[in-house]
Ligand binder design. Structure first.
Ligand SMILES: [Cu+2]
Length: 465
């Protein structure tokens, strides 16, 4: 598995990310045309620190406009890289990026109006690592590429000549590929030290959900969600990730045994879920989220005893999270996610006539001329998300939020940290607060992170002032 080159700007040196074309061996022995940042496919890992201001330039040498969004970054709307910030061909966008948030793993990817799906599919995505004093002090694996490993997991589909095939069979499923890639290649293998290994997992797929676990069913520790460390490590044996989510986990390889990271059904879990969902299925039509039923080998780990290994146990406390109890007098906003033109439910209303485009939130498809919500700076709110057709990863720009409940259960310990993307199979309640402004000219977005749903209108705009 390739490790993306590190663009270390922890000394505030300027960052340049140039989008261009190339080709790469995604499948063994076949060169596939792709796009990437500073290289043929994907992009370097950008490393920054809390408190810094970093000069950054995105340059576009492609033949179409691309907007680049810093997913997970707490920056004002004008620096967020939404669809209003499309960078035209042979143009660039330079600005100073203020980092004002705790240690976490974020990423950058296209956010171009109606084109986020195909542009991301062709290879435009990269990781952002934010460090702070807490992450410096914690005794965790932190040697990039050795025991602190970025893993961008995606799925791809190819035509018979090995070119990427962005043909969508079912817009409700989104773009599902049959080949899983890790940092851009299929059949990935990686050598790790005989000790603790930290994986920064990013679900960078357009639409596919993963249920990760190890072939030997080993326990591992979840230490961070999208926006920062959990309060303490949470032992898990499987991890569901929807598109856009990041999780950091620590896996113990000190026994020297190889292990395969796989995704797919675990019999017990699927049975439990069926039993639990039986009642709900009568009430709502709930599809199995984006290919979660498919079984894949993702990444084969082998242990190299020659690599420097960390063996001590993890600290009991990783972070301290101020989790307020939601108050009745906080503003409440509801977001109802719809996927189809369902006359029976009478939600036809404001949807556009084009059936293909009839995905939306609160009966509206994304319209760049419409500001859907106006939020007050620095005030806590309760956001209630409901899905009426299938499962959707709901992403909010400009903040990290806390999940109160998810799918009608109190949030699980492993998701009780800061997040910006939440899997909504059914419903979710969030506590949100925005500490940066977003204007009418450069509003923030909230949207489904199944990119084919986003491109078809399951998205809205909001200002913060
Ligand atoms: Cu969706």
């Amino acid at each position: 598995m390739p490790i993306p080159p590190l663009l270390d700007s922890t000394d505030e040196r300027p960052i340049e990310l140039t989008m261009g074309r190339g080709q790469v061996e995604l499948l063994p022995g076949i060169m596939t045309p792709t796009t990437g940042f500073n290289g043929p496919n994907l992009g370097p890992t950008v490393r920054v620190r809390d408190g810094q201001n970093i000069p950054i330039t995105y340059r576009n040498t492609l033949s179409e406009a691309v907007a680049i969004h810093g997913h997970g970054l707490h920056v004002p709307g004008e620096l967020d890289g939404g669809p209003q910030r499309a960078i035209e061909p042979d143009s660039s966008w330079s600005f100073e990026l203020p980092i004002r948030q705790q240690a976490s793993t974020s990423w950058y990817h296209p956010h171009t109006h109606h084109k986020t799906g195909p542009q991301t599919f062709k290879g435009l995505a990269g990781m952002i690592i934010i460090d702070d004093e807490n992450s410096d002090a914690l005794p965790l694996p932190k040697t990039y590429g050795v025991d602190d490993i970025p893993v961008i997991i995606q799925d791809r589909k190819f035509d018979d000549q090995g070119r990427l095939d962005y043909s969508i069979e079912d817009v409700e499923d989104g773009m599902l590929g049959d080949t899983i890639t890790a940092n851009g290649i299929a059949n990935a293998t990686h050598r790790v030290p005989a000790g603790l290994v930290r994986l920064r997992l990013l679900n960078g797929a357009n639409a596919r959900y993963f249920r990760f676990h190890f072939s030997d069913n080993r326990e591992f520790l979840k230490i961070a969600t999208d926006g920062g460390f959990l309060e303490e490590p949470v032992p898990i044996r499987e991890l569901v990730m929807s598109p856009g989510e990041r999780n950091e986990v620590v896996v113990d390889f000190s026994d020297g045994n190889p292990a395969m990271l796989v995704s797919g059904p675990r019999a017990q879990a699927v049975n439990d879920e069926r039993r639990r969902d039986e009642g709900e299925r009568n009430r709502r039509r709930n599809r199995e989220p984006g290919g979660l039923g498919d079984m894949f080998e993702v990444l084969q780990f082998t242990v190299d005893p020659g690599l420097p290994a960390i063996r001590e146990s993890l600290p009991r406390q990783l972070n301290s999270i101020n989790r307020p109890t939601a108050q009745r007098n906080w503003p409440v906003r509801r977001f109802d996610l719809f996927m189809r033109d369902n006359r029976r439910r009478g939600v036809l209303g404001a949807f556009q006539n084009n059936i293909e485009m009839s995905m939306g939130i609160n009966r509206q498809s994304m319209d760049m001329r419409v500001i859907n919500e106006r939020v007050r700076l620095g005030e806590r709110e309760r956001w209630v998300i409901n899905s009426f057709d299938g499962s959707h990863p709901f992403h909010v720009h400009g903040c990290s939020f806390l999940v109160v409940s998810q799918n009608e259960r109190p949030v699980a310990a492993e998701d009780a940290g800061w997040k910006d993307t939440v899997r909504v199979d059914d419903s979710a309640e969030l506590i949100v607060r925005f500490d940066h402004k977003a204007t009418d000219e450069f509003p923030y977005m909230y949207h489904c992170h199944i990119l084919e749903h986003e491109d078809r209108g399951m998205m809205g705009q909001f200002t913060v002032s």
